[in-house]
Design a protein around this ligand. Structure first.
Ligand code: XMP
Length: 311
């Protein structure tokens, strides 16, 4: 059932005010639709009693930490940027199993968040959890990093009360609330991006070098598919390598997958029918601009049986 945005916002504001009371709240904000809408909503209710915390985990897309914090500040939201990339790479070092990677990410994320909670004496943590996060975690498809109760994190251990004002909504509902709150279209219509960032798109060990490759390939994919209205479009770095020829010499290089899917709510998805010429241009640019890449593939798998991301 479509949500009545005005009524929804009013009710959540009343609730947030009441529950936070004289306390102090933190909302970890990644720049994604859910957390941005959540921060904007919470700011309406709590004003200076809200801190939007942006954890730079080293796994964001190009220019993202700067763009997101600038956007939050421009709305008058108290914003704190925590630079924690070395902690994340340390935690991810040597991990290749997807669930181990997710756990390492999650642990580092909450450790970083925990420090901020202490530092700013926060009493409440406001999370942008939405309905599919709960459904997929319950269904054991994969552990989403933000469903605390379901992943065995006890918020009380952090001395915190968790508030999830968007938990009844699906993506279209969240976007409608973002629009109603006056967020820019680029924010509420933003392509979904996973909590664990580019680490969800690196198969095998996540190192700073490997993230740099996938980040650069992502820029190319996003630029070339700008006019293609897909639900999500991105690049993935595989763990395998393949023989190629570069500058007349044998090169045993990396493999990049181009992934683009059409979907309504991420529960099911179909590969986008991208014009072949566009795919060829992406391939040419990736192998030219990334000397260590010898092969570019297009992923034709729907969800199910595949998932959208790779870990
Ligand atoms: P999958 O890969 O499960 O992704 O088909 C479904 C949707 O969720 C996003 N995704 C995540 N979002 N934390 C998030 O906040 C995560 O751990 C996570 N994993 C996947 C994915 O980008 C897609 O939109």
């Amino acid at each position: 059932m479509p949500v009545n945005s005005k009524r929804f916002i009013k009710a959540r504001i009343r609730e947030l005010k009441k529950r936070v009371g004289p306390g102090m709240a933190i909302c970890a904000t990644s720049g994604g639709v859910d957390s941005m809408v959540c921060a904007a909503l919470a700011h309406k209710a709590l004003k200076k009693k809200l801190i939007a915390l942006f954890i730079d985990d080293g796994l964001m897309r190009e220019g993202e930490p700067q763009a997101v914090t600038k956007m939050l500040k421009s709305r008058g939201i108290r914003t704190v940027l925590v630079k924690a990339a070395p902690d994340f790479f340390r935690a991810l070092k040597g991990k290749t199993d997807p669930e181990d990677m997710r756990k390492a990410f999650r642990d580092t994320f909450y450790k970083t968040l925990g420090k901020a909670v202490k530092r700013y004496r926060a009493t409440h943590l406001i999370q942008g959890t939405i309905a599919p996060d709960i459904i997929e975690t319950k269904g054991k498809v994969k552990s989403q990093h933000n469903v605390l109760s379901q992943i065995g994190i006890d918020p009380a251990r952090y001395g915190l009360v968790i508030l999830e004002p968007l938990v009844t909504l699906f993506k279209p509902g969240v976007r409608a609330i973002g629009k109603r709150l006056g967020l820019p279209r680029a924010v509420y219509q933003r392509m979904p991006f996973p909590g664990p960032g580019l680490s969800a798109r690196v198969v095998g060990e996540v190192t700073a070098d490997r993230v740099r490759i996938v980040r650069r390939a992502t820029v190319i994919v996003e630029q070339e598919l700008k006019r293609v209205p897909a639900f999500q479009k991105f690049a993935v770095l595989l763990n395998d390598r393949a023989t190629g020829v570069k500058k007349g010499r044998r090169a045993f290089g990396n493999i990049i997958v181009v992934r683009s899917v059409d979907s309504k709510d991420a529960m099911t998805a179909k590969p986008t029918r991208i014009p072949y010429a566009v795919l060829e241009k992406i391939q040419r640019r990736i192998v030219r601009e990334l000397p260590m890449v010898t092969k570019v593939l297009y992923d034709l798998s729907p969800k199910p049986p595949s998932t959208i991301e790779y870990i």
